[in-house]
Design a protein around this ligand. Structure first.
Ligand code: NAP
Length: 311
């Protein structure tokens, strides 16, 4: 029986591992499908405190992993398929590798996956002119045209943010009115650098000889007409999907599937804590996820002390 199993290896999961490792709890981390989490899909991270010259996303995650391992954390590479609480009060965790593990406490830090359009070369273009994070990547696209796909608050927020850098921000939406809140929509539409393209969707990404984004093929969904639009980066903002489905009834969720925390990082199941983007659709930053990972570790530590984890 493990003291604690941490599910997820993004900023929240590794930070929780560093703290629980230093508390001598010998945490076991289960990696998930994307070891290192969302930051492994980005290039330079300029806004994580402590790195005045920036740091590459994958390097930051490898550093976090090494720091967690230094304090006794172990990592196993598998995807968790279900978590149940036994009548005796401990957790039973089943994973893709067929193993069944048990733990006295669990921290869920499985993040959220950006929703994509599902076009054929989409995955290969991530980091090469396709991203879901304007805060992370916007500054790389100065004085060039870019687009944002989506019509919600995220799309409007990202489009506004990108006008600091880009020459033009096309806002491509599949309908003729935005889903975003009135204030966000009005702000976006009033910005002279933002050019909305209504009733349209991207049906093809076009690349240059280096494999970088060069243009997109647009389709007008009302007329069926196709056209090419030159740009250097596509920011996909059609929502995120929190990776919380495997928890069944152990957690309460909001209408978008994000785990509802009940005071700090506690969930409605005692001994089960949630940290980072799986429970946060507001901030979604590496540093806020790391902060929640720390909080979850401290709360789990207290929980284990209360139930007498040595027994
Ligand atoms: P969202 O509100 O679900 O909006 C997603 C947008 O993407 C919608 O406009 C949707 O179009 C479009 N879309 C979805 N699937 C698509 C597809 N396959 N192809 C093309 N377009 C597609 O997601 P969000 O903007 O990420 O916001 C999520 C939550 O966070 C919301 O509750 C939002 O209010 C909140 N949020 C708040 C703030 C803020 O207040 N500062 C900032 C960001 C997010 P349709 O409109 O046609 O469905």
């Amino acid at each position: 029986m493990e003291n604690i199993i941490i599910i997820g290896t993004g900023c929240a999961g590794f930070t929780a591992a560093i703290y629980t490792g230093r508390a001598n709890l010998a945490p076991l981390i289960l990696s998930g499908d994307q070891p290192g989490g969302q930051l492994t899909t980005t290039t330079e991270v300029e806004n994580f405190p402590g790195f005045p010259k920036g740091i590459m996303g994958p390097d930051l995650m490898m550093n976090m992993q090494a720091q967690a391992e230094r304090f006794g954390a172990r990592i196993e590479y598998t995807r968790v398929e279900s978590v149940e609480k036994s009548p005796a009060g401990h957790f039973v965790i089943r994973s893709q590798d067929g193993q069944v593990r048990e733990a006295k406490a669990v921290i869920v830090a499985t993040g959220a996956s950006p929703r994509h359009l599902g076009l054929p070369n989409e995955k290969a273009l991530i980091g090469h002119g396709l991203t879901s994070c304007a805060t992370c990547d916007g500054a790389f696209y100065r004085d060039v045209p870019v687009c944002v796909i989506g019509g919600g608050d995220s799309a409007c927020e990202e489009a506004n943010f990108l006008t600091r850098f880009a020459s033009t921000v096309y806002l491509i939406h599949r309908r003729d009115s935005l889903r975003a809140s009135k204030i966000m929509a009005e702000r976006a539409l009033a910005n002279p650098k933002i050019k909305p393209i209504w009733d349209s969707t991207v049906v093809e990404y076009l690349t240059d000889e280096k494999g970088e984004m060069r243009a997109v093929t647009l389709e007008n969904l009302k007329t069926g007409q196709r056209s090419e639009l030159e740009l250097k980066c596509v920011f996909v903002a059609i929502g995120h999907v929190p990776n919380a489905g495997f928890l069944g009834e152990l957690v309460a969720r909001d209408e978008n599937g994000y785990i509802l925390q009940e005071g700090g990082t506690r969930t409605r199941t005692e001994g089960l804590f949630a940290a980072g983007d799986v429970a946060d659709h507001v901030y979604r930053q590496a540093i806020t996820a790391a902060g929640q990972g720390c909080a979850a570790a401290l709360e789990a530590e207290r929980y284990l002390a209360d139930i007498g984890h040595g027994s």
